[in-house]
Design a protein around this ligand. Structure first.
Ligand code: ZN
Length: 580
């Protein structure tokens, strides 16, 4: 957008202004720095005005009531000064840089290879698509998804899908996704909740949904979209650069001029058609074929968890249930939960509206971190802190995936302690304060495997009666009450309305540190044989059968053809297997 347009956006009658065009051309060959930008606080008169700024391409970073934090170019700043708008400078960020401790696309192969080598029975990797630049021959990047579960337990498990980095500059989302993968794999033997989770759930993580955009971020720090068709905006420096906003390219309520832009050089350009981009096609095809039970799309920043709809102020049919889930996740992170427009403006064509609206999947956008964490570029000191902030929310999303709305209505087990010293005493605190504030009606215990609701051992109320929304229950057991070889206590609670909450796990006795038996025995296929798992929802070899030394998910090698644009290649041995 050029100056005359910015003037119009900021409400200036501006005739005969020379069109300023930046001289920086963003192509693969340039090493020029982006133009200097400034942060300003704008004061909006109406919410409609904020929407117009966003849809008109203003780089809005956050909205606090009627105050809008935006990054503006010198050109936009000049237009602002000519306008009658009320604005003030915000504390300046300086030129953002990509932190050295963050991983890049080129770090992914080694990372995946290490995970595959160390945890072959918990980790599989799929190449689920090519980026726009790979499709058009200017780069060679793939879109990967990691599938985490205990492959020795072959049942049809509830599935969580986490997709990170639709927006390139939201770099903390890549680190959170990669750390979550590492965390689950490394703690399978040490953390009872993780043990139960990978035995009973599938966690699918797409850590880098927009690898082309990420390459620009590594160089420039500031890039939002993918890198579709540079020729459309040859003179466009950020924020007027080329590319499609992948989080406006999904096919549910796509094409609205409120919440997205039809202009190729705008920050929220939605593409020329729904699912025009290979990146959103990859997510679409994976989600449609895999039948996920819950979806989390990681973004930054805002310290909020958002639920559909984003395209309208109207509530979704399941608004109460979506809010309940979002609020419960937000509570663990110290975030706020709200319908998507609560960030200050509508967004149309996003991942969560599509997954919920088209497929009925409870879907959430997690905006990780806040301005105090460094805006879009949290530095190395913040990286672990932000992961720790959202870790339990991610775990919660996976645990409740069997029945998300029901579980979020049921009580949580907030504390669980096992004393196993002659007599076994298990204390469990059930808490419904974030799940409807209903009175606790019962707490039950299983060993290793959950049974039907209501069939477990029953806890006695510690204070004599279950009559509030937060109660302690006590199990006093003889060690012989636990089956021989049992290792996990699983406890869950029910409220007076009959809602069963999610289980919490504890070890019956502490695991030996460095216990190699804690990780399932490796069944590494011979080199040269690549197991090629099927992604059909109920593959015939997923029925529960006794473990065998053969690769768990083996099947015929799929041969990509012209008729099969969606191809699946397991890249078990990255250095040896060509990925395409
Ligand atoms: Zn985003």
């Amino acid at each position: 957008m050029q100056r005359a347009s910015w003037s119009a956006l900021f409400g200036i009658m501006c005739i005969g202004v020379t069109l300023a065009v930046t001289s920086v051309i963003y192509s693969e060959t340039t090493d020029a720095a982006p133009p200097e930008q400034r942060l300003v606080w704008l004061h909006a008169k109406t919410s409609k005005q904020i929407q117009q700024w966003v849809d008109g391409g203003l780089d809005v970073w956050q909205v606090d009531g009627d105050r809008v934090l935006a990054q503006v170019t010198q050109e936009q700043l000049a237009s602002l000064k000519e306008s009658e708008l009320d604005f003030e400078p915000a504390p300046q960020l300086g030129m953002p840089v990509f932190p050295a401790c963050y991983r890049t696309y080129s770090d992914l192969p080694l990372f995946f290879h290490e995970m595959q080598a160390q945890y072959p029975n918990l980790f599989q990797l799929y190449d689920v698509g090519d980026t726009w630049e790979k499709v058009h021959g200017t780069a060679n990047r793939d879109i990967f998804v990691a599938r985490l579960t205990n492959y020795d337990i072959r049942t049809d498990k509830p599935k969580l899908f986490i997709t990170a980095e639709h927006h390139a500059r939201e770099i903390i989302t890549v680190e959170v996704a990669l750390q979550f993968i590492e965390d689950l794999l490394k703690n399978y033997g040490q953390d009872p909740q993780v043990r139960w989770l990978l035995d009973n759930r599938e966690v699918w993580v797409m850590p880098m949904t927009n690898p082309d955009g990420y390459e620009w971020v590594v160089q420039l720090a500031d890039w939002r979209k993918n890198t579709d068709r540079p020729q459309l905006c040859p003179n466009g420096a950020p924020p007027n650069s080329y590319g499609v906003d992948l989080n406006r390219n999904y096919g549910y309520q796509w094409g609205l001029d409120v919440g997205s832009s039809p202009e190729p050089c705008m920050l929220t350009y939605r593409g020329h058609a729904p699912f025009s981009e290979p990146e959103t096609q990859a997510v679409r095809d994976l989600v449609q074929q895999t039948h996920f039970d819950l979806l989390l799309s990681l973004h930054s920043y805002g310290d909020v968890i958002l639920y559909p709809w984003g395209y309208t102020y109207q509530p979704a049919p399941d608004a109460d249930g979506l809010y309940r889930i979002a609020n419960r996740m937000a509570e663990t992170a110290g975030y706020a939960a709200m319908q998507s427009w609560g960030v200050g403006y509508l967004s149309s064509g996003d991942t969560t509206d599509w997954a919920y609206g088209e497929l009925g999947i409870p879907s959430f956008t997690m905006e990780i971190g806040g301005m105090e964490d460094g805006f879009f570029w949290p530095d190395c000191t913040k990286r672990q802190e932000l992961y720790d902030e959202v870790r339990d929310a991610l775990i919660y999303g996976a645990v409740i995936a069997d029945a998300p709305y029901e579980r979020a209505n049921g009580p949580d087990i907030r504390r669980l302690a096992v004393e196993n010293d002659g007599q076994m005493v298990i204390n469990a605190q059930a808490d419904d304060m974030w799940n409807g504030e209903d009175t606790i009606a019962g707490i039950e215990l299983f060993f290793d495997t959950l049974g039907e609701p209501g069939t477990g051992l029953r806890a006695l109320p510690a204070d004599g009666e279950f009559n509030t929304a937060r109660e302690w229950g006590v199990f006093r057991l003889d060690p012989s009450d636990a089956p021989a070889g049992a290792s996990l206590a699983l406890v869950r609670a029910r409220d007076e309305k009959g809602h069963w909450g999610p289980p919490r796990a504890a070890f019956l006795s502490p695991p030996a540190s460095g216990d190699s038996q804690a990780t399932p025995t490796a069944t590494v296929p011979p080199r040269g044989l690549t197991p090629s798992p099927s992604l059909t929802p109920h593959p015939p070899d997923l029925t529960p059968i006794a473990p065998t030394p053969t690769p768990v998910m083996s099947g015929p090698t799929p041969v990509p053809t012209q008729d099969q644009p969606w191809h699946l290649t397991q890249t078990a041995y990255l250095p040896l297997v060509r990925m395409d």
